[in-house]
Design a protein around this ligand. Structure first.
Ligand code: KG4
Ligand code: ZN
Length: 336
């Protein structure tokens, strides 16, 4: 029997819904981004995000069902990301999922948003199986997670201050570039020299944790001292510093996995920053140069989406059963 899971994602500024069969086959994945609503504030405004989710969620669910060629009667379980994320934003997806589950008399599954990012890689590559190490880098999170098996994770490291995407957004804003800053810096950096300015590589050799706030300050101080600096060089040099740290820490974690398991390791990336062209190039090169297997899901699976929520929910439903309808939203939920 095939199981159709309707997934809903509203943890930040994307309203998304998807229908996935048996945690593998994506029948539809609809994402409505609120980027335009938040652009003039230079970051996500929680209250605006929640209100936009309320307005959009029914239409996005309807579009996902239509695109999949199914109706609510065909849905066997309804899942929502129930944390971590913005409380008011999460509550919209959770409430919508619980309402549908109640009306349909089918299971509701609350999904950890970080676990969902890990499952995006499993959707991308049907051959992929744990153990592997995932780097989840977005506007809200920077995590290094080892997946040892389904439902078994070790949090290896995380940011002690800003998320990587947050640093891209803040630096871009300071440089007068568009929001979101990551794509703007990525574009501009193509015309700049990544070796022009030796920005620090924070915590490069210091464990699995990350820090980006000092790097952001270094950019601000440099530009104040060198107003004549070429903005493309600043963007390229900043991006090179972030990518150096991300790649080094991911590969170091992979080497520790090699020592632990005695097999060649696999690394995967997720989150909006995983769209970064230099990060992808560098990891592709590492994959070709070494025996580390590098899995780079497409950008649409890396950024927030509901297909990854539905995929994770299918595994969770099989392992743990439904989430009680009394379940809430958990803004600080951890993966391990
Ligand atoms: O996963 P996502 O869509 O939403 C969450 O934050 O959860 O990630 C958005 C973040 C933003 O900070 C954005 O600037 C960054 O991902 N981003 C990038 C690129 N594309 C998006 N950062 C660096 N390079 C990119 N090409
Ligand atoms: Zn995310």
């Amino acid at each position: 029997m095939t199981v159709h899971v309707l997934g809903i994602e509203t943890s930040c500024d994307e309203t998304a819904a998807a229908v996935v069969i048996d945690g593998r086959d994506v029948c539809s994945s609809v994402v409505s981004s609120q980027v335009d609503l938040h652009a003039r504030y230079g970051g996500v405004v929680p209250e605006i995000a929640s209100r936009a989710h309320v307005e959009l969620v029914n239409d996005v669910i309807g579009a996902a069902l239509l695109e999949a060629g199914v109706t609510l009667a065909d849905v066997d379980a309804v899942a929502a990301a129930h944390g971590p994320g913005l409380a008011g934003a999460l509550l919209v997806g959770v409430s919508a999922a619980k309402a549908i589950a109640l009306a349909r008399g089918c299971p509701y599954v609350g999904v950890n948003h970080h676990e969902a990012h890990v499952y995006a890689a499993l959707l991308h590559d049907a051959e992929l199986a744990p153990p592997f190490v995932t780097l989840v880098v977005s506007g809200g999170h920077t995590l290094l997670v080892a997946m040892d098996g389904h439902g078994r994770y070790r949090l290896l490291g995380q940011t002690v201050d800003d998320a990587a995407g947050e640093a891209f957004d803040k630096v871009a804003r300071f440089l007068g570039l568009d929001y979101p800053g990551g794509p703007a810096i990525d574009r501009l950096a193509r015309t700049g020299d990544p070796a022009a300015i030796p920005f620090p590589r924070p915590m490069l050799d210091d464990g699995h944790d990350f820090s980006f706030s000092g790097l952001k300050t270094a950019v601000v101080l440099y530009v104040r001292d060198h107003p004549e600096a070429d903005v493309a060089d600043v963007a390229a040099s900043f991006q090179a510093a972030v990518v150096d740290v991300l790649v080094a820490k991911l590969l170091r974690a992979a080497e520790l996995e090699r020592d632990r398991t005695g097999t060649s390791p696999t690394v995967v990336i997720g989150g909006g920053v995983a769209a970064n062209s230099v990060l992808r190039e560098r990891l592709t090169e590492e994959g070709a140069r070494t025996d580390v297997r590098v899995v780079l899901p497409g950008v649409e699976l890396c950024t927030d989406n509901a297909a990854m929520v539905a995929a994770a929910a299918w595994w969770r439903l099989g392992a743990d059963g439904p989430t009680p309808l009394s379940g809430g939203a958990y803004p600080n939920l951890r993966i391990a």
